[in-house]
Design a protein around this ligand. Sequence first.
Ligand code: GAR
Length: 208
Amino acid sequence: MKRIAVLVSGGGTNLQALIDAKDRGDIPGGEFAAVISSSPDAFALRRAEKAGIPTFVIDRKAFASNREMTVSLTELLKEQQIDLVVLAGFMYILTEELVQAYPNAIINVHPALIPSFCGAGCYGLHVHEKALAYGVKVSGATVHFVSEECDGGPIILQKAVAVEEGDTPETLQRRIMEQAEWHILPEAVSLFCQDRLTVEGRRVHILP
Ligand code: GAR
């Protein structure tokens, strides 16, 4: 059984999708061993408590830099004997210490079709503001392995979602969550836990 840690910063709807998938039996081979929040106030922590998952806070405000936070986070993940790290709405850029400790074992969900609307400063609602300002007719979500380049690691799954007339950043965000993120994140975690993902350069192969 792979021990999974989910890192969160806010509302935690992607965490909830993971918990629901596990409850349905859709993540064989994985167990949620920890939910770690960058803020003590994140509602995601309440979702984890309700599901009986141990919670931890690595408060970004308590550290001088992302690097110092990452070092502390990496120690906690090792202490908890975590096999897979899932970034589910985690709003800080993690530095190479974590990536080196977990090569091809950190999965992130991003609310756009990478390589569009991604990279430093492009997170949360900003992503959808940029997509609408650009005028794209299709956006979506991407689940990828985390590398040392922000949003630049090998892509595991993507799903396209239509932009509709009259969309606001909030309505587009919600549609992308409902139609894409809440499906492809649990699916990717499930594939990882069944050892069905292999990485060859930038390409991720999904084994039958
Ligand atoms: C999600 O849309 C997630 O893709 C995005 O933040 C939201 C968190 O919502 N993540 C990023 O932008 C990371 N670059 P949630 O807390 O309800 O899961």
